[in-house]
Design a protein around this ligand. Structure first.
Ligand code: TRP
Length: 335
């Protein structure tokens, strides 16, 4: 029997290269070997966007379209909306008893996010909500209710998987063996740098290459990308390892990488022609996604159907796990 994969993504913006190489590429690869569930995590997105419901709502469809365009195959993967599975919220409440407050505050991912909020809003007390600090508990519910054996994620998510594993062990110890302890499956790439050289590509940083960027947008963005600042003239030797253009060549131009690197190092490659080659390769890489996107944009009813059928299937699965959970917890009054 195929193993189950459960993973999730927050509907807060368009998919970019960071999402693709950090996570989605791996989901596309794994979907043939595993029974795959991909959750559109709207409830989790609301934990720090509760005051922007329209943004989250609009991005649910956008993200589904993005995932399908990126190669998530609805024949192989169940795509579903988190808020449509009330059993996840119910399970989050039960798991709330198994995690201490200090453990939540110690979670490195949450810690980093709280520090970022502090930097943005100053007063921590006003911005850190109960729901926000508790989202790792809700994520543990996401994973375990679908009996996710493997969770393909980027490195930043490891502390959340660890939290889920602890909850499972505690649950099984107290209520008897019921839940499966999930294992993380790390992506090949860690973090994808932004066009500006920032360690992270992110919408709020304005340094993304989006998967649905047009050819014109790709050209403009790559022509503006940062290269080796010490290279002044076209035939100066340069260091590709400090150049963002070379960095993206490594992602989409693997076959010609040695040439790009040696020509750049020897001063045999001008930045403009190097950028032009990258633009061409980037467009080749994005083209199949553009084609799939065009198809789904022309057939919005198919996207709706994929979401509603996926959600229905996910709900059945969640209900059956919940039945076992309630039996173990002795709150199975109806059966
Ligand atoms: N926390 C993940 C993110 O921010 C999204 C997510 C929600 C998730 N539920 C999940 C990831 C379950 C893995 C498993 O990207």
């Amino acid at each position: 029997m195929k193993k189950n994969i459960l993973t999730g993504i927050r509907p807060t913006g368009k998919l970019h290269l960071g999402h693709y190489f950090g996570a989605v590429e791996n989901w596309v690869k794994l979907q043939s070997e595993y029974n795959t569930f991909v959750e559109i995590a709207d409830v989790q997105a609301l934990t720090d966007n509760f005051n922007e419901p329209t943004k989250v709502r609009n991005n649910v469809k956008e993200l589904t379209l993005g995932l399908l365009s990126a190669g998530i195959d609805p024949e192989k993967t169940t795509i579903f909306i988190q808020s449509m599975i009330p059993e996840i919220a119910e399970l989050t409440v039960f798991y709330g008893n198994l995690v201490t407050m200090s453990r939540l505050y110690r979670n490195p991912t949450v810690k980093t996010e709280i520090a970022q909020k502090k930097a943005l809003f100053g007063n921590e007390g006003q911005s850190v909500t109960y729901g926000f600090v508790g989202y790792p508990i809700s994520q543990a519910a996401d994973i375990t209710i679908f009996e996710g054996q493997c969770v393909p994620v980027g490195e930043d998510q490891l502390p959340l998987i660890e939290q889920a594993r602890e909850i499972v062990r505690k649950f099984n110890t107290i209520y008897g063996p019921t839940l499966i302890e999930p294992e993380p499956l790390l992506s090949e790439h860690k973090r994808i740098k932004g066009l500006d050289g920032n360690e992270k590509m992110g919408k709020s940083l304005g340094n993304t290459i989006n998967l649905d960027d047009t050819k014109e947008e790709i050209s403009a963005k790559i022509m503006n990308a940062i290269t080796d600042p010490d290279k002044i003239r076209k035939d100066d030797p340069a260091n590709p390892h400090v150049c963002m253009v070379y960095y993206y060549h490594k992602l989409v131009n693997k076959d010609n990488l040695e040439t790009v690197c040696s020509e750049c190092t020897k001063g045999e490659r001008g930045c403009v022609s190097c950028k032009k080659e990258l633009i061409e390769k980037m467009n080749e890489f994005l083209e199949p996604m553009r084609e799939r996107r065009q198809y789904y944009e022309q057939h919005p009813e198919i996207v709706d159907q994929i979401l509603s059928e996926g959600t229905k299937c996910a709900r059945e699965r969640a209900k059956s796990t919940m039945k076992r959970i309630k039996e173990s917890m002795k709150i199975n009054y109806n059966n």
